[in-house]
Design a protein around this ligand. Structure first.
Ligand code: PRP
Length: 178
């Protein structure tokens, strides 16, 4: 059985793009000591690579969240499986995601974090699938816009597999339709 249709984004292209985003963020947040919020598990590699290249002092924390319910209203619910360990009041927060799909998770998460009175909240995602969006969400830093295909690797999974691949690949239909 063929597992992957193709490599969508190579390891080299990821590396170049991540460095580009790090550079932008470093300039934008110079002297602001931002807090990067890594949304586990998908964004673990992206966050680590991004922060390795950020050259202004910064902090890091982790959350595990999922969303259910959808639609264009604010009726969706955010399930917080692991909350932040630090207080974000008066901090400049950058949420780091691997992918934005419907937009539900990020929209709800941003709304929730804003209630904790941070100085600012911005969103940084490696991948964006605009075709799947059901809820508006402002993406401040984006690596790649991708078509509506099932992608895995570099943190992204199917049934918890494939996260450790170094590149981003399109999963073959045979795998998830069997
Ligand atoms: C993925 C991704 C986002 C969310 C995006 O997480 O990391 O959190 O889905 O989808 P949405 O825009 O439709 O809300 P997932 O629940 O797969 O968890 P994981 O990061 O642990 O794989």
């Amino acid at each position: 059985m063929k597992e992957f249709d193709k490599v969508l984004i190579s390891k080299e292209d990821i590396e170049i793009k991540v460095k580009e985003i790090s550079k932008k963020i470093s300039a934008d947040y110079k002297g602001l000591n931002p807090l990067f919020v890594c949304i586990l598990k998908g964004s673990v590699f992206f966050t680590a690579d991004l922060l390795r290249n950020v050259d202004t002092p910064a902090q890091i924390d982790f959350m595990v969240v999922s969303s259910y319910g959808s639609g264009t209203t604010s009726s969706g619910t955010l399930n917080i499986k692991k909350d932040l360990a630090v207080d974000i009041k008066d901090k400049h927060v950058i949420i780091v995601e691997d992918i934005i799909d419907s937009g539900n998770t990020l929209a709800l998460l941003k709304e929730m974090l804003l209630k904790r009175n941070p100085s600012s909240v911005k969103i940084c995602t490696l991948l964006d699938k605009p075709d799947r969006r059901v809820r508006d969400v402002k993406v401040d830093y984006c690596g790649f816009q991708i078509p509506d295909e099932f992608v895995v690797g570099y943190g992204l999974d199917y049934d918890e597999n494939y996260r450790t691949l170094p590149d981003i690949r399109v999963l073959s239909r045979e795998v998830y339709e069997k």
